[in-house]
Design a protein around this ligand. Sequence first.
Ligand SMILES: CC(C)(COP(=O)(O)OP(=O)(O)OC[C@H]1O[C@@H](n2cnc3c(N)ncnc32)[C@H](O)[C@@H]1OP(=O)(O)O)[C@@H](O)C(=O)NCCC(=O)NCCS
Length: 149
Amino acid sequence: MDFPVSREGKPFLPDINDLHFNLSHSVGELAVAFSRNEVGFDIESKARRANYGDLARRFFDAAEARAVEEAGDSVREVFFRLWTAKEAVLKLEGTGISGGLQRALISSETSAELDGRPVFLGRVEWEGYAGAVASFQEIAQLRLRSLVL
Ligand SMILES: CC(C)(COP(=O)(O)OP(=O)(O)OC[C@H]1O[C@@H](n2cnc3c(N)ncnc32)[C@H](O)[C@@H]1OP(=O)(O)O)[C@@H](O)C(=O)NCCC(=O)NCCS
């Protein structure tokens, strides 16, 4: 089904103001976040390999890049936690990556800032995948449901 999209490409439900969604896919998995508020969502396969240090130096804030460099054996986990959180924040805004990954500053597992505006984060994780949900409102509850067809 095709949804209408914003100027920057973010899909939305037509004629429904109190239900929002955002979707993400990675290596054969499709995940959708639904929320009463505007939402951003990004997942990554845990099997995905990359040059984490290089990417972090290029796209992350200095403190975030340092966290990746100092992560030792947890480098992949730390990198993807930051990456999915940043993408989720920019998908919340609706700009996507073109909004500039460095504008989304990740302060903790549950908080971020976008140009100084507070953003709330939630982590989701299931076999082989992990991701982040971002909202401008506090995330009171995060429920994960899986659907296998
Ligand atoms: C679209 C974008 C966010 C996808 O990121 P990704 O990690 O590669 O892919 P994900 O699977 O997590 O997300 C893709 C989904 O996000 C949604 N999406 C697309 N654009 C979006 C946006 N600007 N904001 C929020 N969500 C968006 C769509 O549902 C898309 O699914 P689809 O490819 O099946 O249509 C990324 O490509 C991007 O930031 N693009 C820049 C936006 C852009 O270039 N816009 C051009 C018009 S100005």
